[in-house]
Write a protein that binds this ligand. Structure first.
Ligand SMILES: Nc1nc2c(c(=O)[nH]1)N[C@H]1C(S)=C(S)[C@@H](COP(=O)(O)OP(=O)(O)OC[C@H]3O[C@@H](n4cnc5c(=O)[nH]c(N)nc54)[C@H](O)[C@@H]3O)O[C@H]1N2
Ligand SMILES: Nc1nc2c(c(=O)[nH]1)N[C@H]1C(S)=C(S)[C@@H](COP(=O)(O)OP(=O)(O)OC[C@H]3O[C@@H](n4cnc5c(=O)[nH]c(N)nc54)[C@H](O)[C@@H]3O)O[C@H]1N2
Ligand SMILES: [Mo]
Length: 741
């Protein structure tokens, strides 16, 4: 039985800009729901993303030195309210409900119960979580871990934990003997982490925030900026107001990249202004059609370059840059010229003339930034998408110079930074020799498990223990059903968390829930109040200082929990003085600086400065750390981003990745997808009207989807409501070329 009654469903077209009054009303409603309207929360909000304040726990977009008075957005504020709720999920709650009963609750309702207040252990006898003393919890977890083979234990990280915590956590795993360090980034920007180094020798983007003031053109591929990095709308709006061309490719008409009214602009707010038009051109391409679309633009650029050459005019290609800095251009050119417009039009659903117009804009622009998100990365061949976007920039030398470059819009607030300080299953990406020498232990040298191998190991029984530093692993992975079913066979399950979620309801033989404070909260250790730090999407490191009261006197900080786990598990196996590190996080920052001197020079003196300090990204200054020592043009094996989609099946639909406006990954704030006009339900299947008719369905009908992934595994999701939406038609088999090459 579900706890929540069905809500009134209301679906209508949303015609307003993003931001604007809708945003303000949504904020007030959200703060009131969390019991925060008169709690001093608005004073807290003034410190969000400010020097001396705390860094928002929502997205990873840059935190500028010259902050707005309100340097937060609707969704960042929602994240703050959701976390700072006055509700508590305490021992009385766990006494009242069995775990089996809670498994029937929707994700929204679990987190809505509020903050966890004390450590809990699962009791299989009563099927309930019951309070336990911290010391006992650490002792038992340590004993369990010592009895296990380190290779069978995984240490998962969700992208929220600070640089200090993450650095300590990966050291704990390695001293223990495991390089199984999956993280949330494996589920989102892994295509960036793999694809970008192959293209330009950097695993992170090359732009900094000032580049947004200098560019004269921007691309957006598959990033829903208005929902997922709304503060970026401000520099974008400024760029539009000075005439910057913005071209967007997204199957859905996402409001943020269409119209935006800044809630911080009183004149616009009080006038009937429709808001700024954010994209000069907005193309609703077919899902997975990006390789084809970029090939089309590149084809247009080659045609313009041919014409310039013939006329003796200035070349459109940056031939000097291509000659001096790149490899693989000839192969790329051959691929683009060989691909036909018919293939491109069929795969993208876009017209040749439109793509040629984009090519003409691109040929005129001097400084171009390409932004992208999940629409490019979350595909089987997401790395090919990333390569293609780099290829497009490289054609005109738009990489590694002011106002130009590639900008992967990362997810969680510190997901990029965690990789910087050693959260990785790939031994070659961590300074293992430095660790070994400085901390006197022998780290494992083999490749560990990332998220995919962790799921496989849980399913086949080779993973015996799962430790989660935040997150909601079972819910977040695409293979939820099978992972959940196999979870109980694990020996040990430990979660460090702020709020209850579904993964916590999957016990192993021994199961602990360890509540922590968040970085918005006061963190007092032996040396006094502590700062933390994070790295944003543009590789800037920022200090973060929490002032809010912790949710209960019985919760610990993340660094403290990690240190206690280490002491209980690997004490004496390294020279790390865990207590001294916890006593003063500045000591941990010094250690990070020692292990990563190029990235963190002067860490403790620089990290609180306005705007943070930027790591040295070599590709930003045209130093290419690739195998060839050059930036590589890379040819995709086909035009398909998803080569396993069965296009011959008339009933097959390929799904797109999206999230709603009332959500942060698996955290569901509510049931109002305001900007898409869908309220009261999340169980919708957005479809083109022609597809609804073609498949003999009708609006509002409930349907189930079954996967045709072709791996013999039956996957099904039911209870979806057929909902007409502005979305390209599913690809009609007849229009798809059987092979692109
Ligand atoms: N259904 C669904 N699945 C998804 C996604 C989605 O949007 N929907 N998004 C995908 C993407 S891009 C990603 S990156 C992954 C994310 O995967 P995860 O990072 O694993 O999941 P989140 O939903 O971000 O994690 C939410 C939980 O983190 C805990 N938490 C929150 N704040 C803190 C904190 O400060 N400290 C600690 N220790 N815990 C905290 C809370 O208990 C909360 O329930 O999911 C992927 N999978
Ligand atoms: N409020 C809020 N903020 C967040 C998050 C959140 O859940 N809520 N999550 C955070 C995290 S962890 C991440 S990774 C980011 C994610 O932020 P985004 O990268 O914006 O991720 P999605 O919400 O999945 O949006 C993907 C967009 O790509 C489009 N798309 C889908 N398929 C394709 C395709 O084949 N091609 C193209 N060109 N476009 C396509 C979709 O229509 C959608 O607009 O946001 C971060 N910020
Ligand atoms: Mo993500």
């Amino acid at each position: 039985m579900r706890k929540t009654e069905p809500r009134k469903v209301d679906i209508h077209e949303y015609k307003h800009p993003t931001g604007g009054w809708g945003s303000v009303i949504s904020l007030i409603r959200n703060s009131a729901r969390q019991g925060l309207l008169f709690s001093g929360i608005w004073r807290t909000m003034l410190r969000q993303n400010k020097p001396g304040g705390f860094m928002c726990v929502s997205c990873s977009w840059a935190k500028p030195a010259n902050a707005h008075p309100f340097e937060f957005c609707e969704n960042g504020a929602k994240a703050t309210f959701w976390e700072q709720t006055t509700r508590r999920c305490d021992r009385a709650f766990f006494e009242k409900h069995t775990v089996t009963e809670l498994l029937d609750w929707p994700d929204h309702d679990l987190e809505l119960e509020g903050r966890l207040t004390e450590p809990m252990r699962y009791d299989p006898q009563t099927d309930r979580y019951a309070p336990v003393a911290w010391a006992e919890a650490f002792r038992e977890i340590g004993a369990e871990l010592k009895a296990l083979d380190p290779k069978s234990v995984v240490f998962y990280t969700s992208g929220r934990a600070s640089l200090e915590t993450s650095f300590m956590y990966q050291l704990l795993a390695r001293i223990y003997g495991s390089s199984n360090l999956p993280d949330s980034s494996n589920m989102c920007h892994e295509s960036t982490s793999v694809g970008l180094p192959e293209s330009i020798g950097s695993s992170v983007g090359t732009v900094e925030i000032e580049d947004y003031d200098r560019c004269d053109m921007m691309f957006f591929f598959g990033h829903n900026t208005g929902m997922n990095a709304p503060r970026l709308l401000h520099p974008l709006q400024k760029a539009r107001q000075r005439g910057t061309t913005v071209v967007t490719f997204d199957p859905l008409p996402e409001r943020g990249l269409q119209r935006f009214k800044s809630p911080q602009d009183p004149v616009a707010m009080l006038s009937g202004s429709p808001g700024t038009k954010m994209s000069t051109d907005y193309f609703q391409l077919r899902g997975g059609g990006d390789i084809a679309a970029i090939t089309g633009i590149a084809k247009g650029v080659f045609a313009l370059d041919d014409a310039a050459k013939a006329a003796g005019a200035k070349r459109v290609l940056d031939t000097d840059f291509i000659a001096d800095h790149t490899a693989g251009f000839a192969e790329f050119e051959a691929f683009v010229r060989a691909t036909t417009w018919a293939e491109i039009e069929a795969r993208t659903g876009l017209a040749r003339a439109d793509l040629e117009r984009v090519a003409a804009d691109y040929a005129k622009a001097e400084r171009v930034i390409a932004n992208y998100g999940m629409g490019l990365t979350q595909h089987r061949n997401g790395t090919d998408n990333v390569h293609m976007l780099c290829n497009l920039l490289l054609m005109r030398g738009n990489m590694g110079r002011p106002g130009a470059g590639i900008s992967p819009l990362r997810g969680h607030s510190n997901v990029q930074g965690q990789r910087t300080v050693g959260i990785t299953e790939k031994p070659e990406l961590a300074p293992l020799d430095t660790f070994a020498e400085r901390y006197r232990f022998e780290p494992p040298r083999e490749t560990g498990r990332a998220t995919v191998q962790t799921c496989e190991g849980i399913i086949d029984g080779s993973v015996k223990a799962f430790l989660g530093l935040g997150g909601n692993f079972a819910r977040a992975v695409p293979e939820t059903g099978r992972v959940e079913a196999a979870w109980r066979d694990m020996q040990l399950h430990v979660e460090i968390a702020t709020k209850l979620n579904r993964t916590h309801l999957l016990p192993g033989k021994v199961t602990y829930l360890l509540p922590c404070i968040s970085r918005l909260e006061r963190d007092v250790q032996a040396s006094g109040e502590q700062w933390l730090s994070i790295e944003d999407s543009t590789a800037c490191i920022h200090g973060s200082f929490g002032r809010r009261k912790p949710p209960s006197p019985h919760v610990l900080s993340e660094p403290r929990i990690v240190a206690e786990l280490a002491k209980a598990t690997v004490d004496g196996r390294s020279s790390i003085p865990w207590d001294a590190w916890v006593a003063d996080y500045a000591v941990v920052r010094d250690e990070i600086e020692h292990c990563y001197p190029d990235d963190f020079l002067g860490f403790n003196t620089r990290f609180r400065q306005p705007g943070g300090f930027r790591r040295d990204i070599e590709a930003s200054r045209r130093v290419w750390k690739t195998g060839s020592g050059r930036a590589n043009f890379l040819v995709p094996p086909s035009l398909e981003a998803d080569d396993n989609v069965d296009l011959t099946d008339e009933r097959a639909l390929s799904l797109l990745t999206i999230r709603s406006n009332d959500q942060f990954n698996t955290t569901i704030y509510g049931y109002r997808d305001r900007l898409r006009g869908i309220n009261g339900t999340r169980m919708v299947l957005l479809m083109n009207e022609a597809d609804i008719a073609r498949l003999g369905l009708r609006e509002g009908q409930e349907v189930a989807l079954e996967s045709t992934a072709g791996d013999g595994i039956h996957r099904r999701v039911g209870g979806l409501r057929v909902t007409p939406h502005s979305i390209p038609q599913a690809i009609a088999p007849a229009t798809i070329p059987s092979s692109t090459r």
